[in-house]
Each structure stands twice: as C-alpha cells, then as structure tokens.
Design a protein around this ligand. Structure first.
Ligand SMILES: Nc1ncnc2c1ncn2[C@@H]1O[C@H](COP(=O)(O)OP(=O)(O)OP(=O)(O)O)[C@@H](O)[C@H]1O
Ligand SMILES: [Mg+2]
Length: 123
C-alpha cells in the first residue's frame, strides 16, 4: 500500500475527486494547508504597508491505495492539476505499513476496497 500526498490548487479538486470516484477510488482525506515551494515570497502592499507573502493556500489530498492503483491515481491528479504554471503543486508517494478498518478489525489492502453496496451513507 502507498499513501499519495498531493499538494494542489483548489480549482483542480472537484474534477480529481469526481474522476477517482468513477474509477472506484472514492476514499481520501483533504485538508486546507498553506505552503511554499521553491519560489521566494512576493510582495503585496496593503494601505501603503508592504508585506512579503511566503505562504500560499493549497489543498492537500491524502489517498492510500493498493500498489496496483498508484499509477492511475497519480495520472489522474496530474491530468487535472497540471497547468504548466509555477505553483501547480507536488505529489509525494509514501509506503504504508498496514491499514485497519475500525468497524471490523480487518487489516491490509482489503481495507481499501470500495464499499460492497456502494453506499453513500456512513462515509
Ligand atoms: N518539499 C516539500 N515538502 C512539503 N511540501 C511541499 C514541498 N514542496 C512543495 N510543497 C507543497 O506544495 C505546494 C506547491 O508547491 P509548488 O507547486 O510551488 O512547488 P515548486 O517546487 O515551487 O514547483 P513550481 O516551480 O511548479 O512552483 C507548496 O505550497 C507546499 O504546500
Ligand atoms: Mg512554486
């Protein structure tokens, strides 16, 4: 199992979520973060006072998938997050030791399979 951590622009999210759900990969966590890449800060002025902004808002996606789903997940993120402009984001891929479904105690990659009823409830 791998965890894909992607820092992307907010605008790309809906299409990524939609596409992954259609591919049978609906499970993810997202959070709003602030970050900086390799660029230096840029200067803004507010009522005459200049401030340098180093941090920009990004969306962080955390998606744990079976090894066999890594490439198509990454490809989907790239497809919608890429504009070619600086700040498109970054994707990190981490090893995941184990996964446990709290309700059943099941462990391992089985925990990542979509819900059998495809139910929207209790997500
Ligand atoms: N090495 C890193 N560690 C953790 N988070 C990072 C790292 N690099 C980038 N990020 C996160 O990704 C976001 C987007 O980074 P960004 O796309 O600006 O990367 P970049 O390397 O500067 O590439 P680009 O030249 O395309 O802007 C950052 O705001 C930050 O939240
Ligand atoms: Mg950057």
């Amino acid at each position: 199992m791998k965890k894909i951590e992607a820092f992307i622009r907010h605008e790309a999210f809906e299409e990524i979520r939609d596409r992954l759900a259609h591919m049978g990969l609906p499970s993810m966590s997202i959070s709003e973060v602030k970050g900086s890449g390799r660029q230096q800060g840029y200067t803004e002025s507010y009522r005459g006072a200049k401030t340098t902004i180093f941090l920009r808002p990004k969306l962080k996606l955390e998606i744990v998938v079976d090894d066999s789903d890594v490439e198509r997940t990454v490809d989907t993120i790239l497809e919608y997050a890429h504009t070619g402009e600086p700040g498109d984001g970054k994707i990190f891929i981490l090893n995941v030791e184990d996964a446990i479904r709290v309700r059943t105690g099941e462990r391992g990659a089985i925990v990542l399979a979509p819900h059998p009823e495809g139910s929207a409830a209790g997500s």
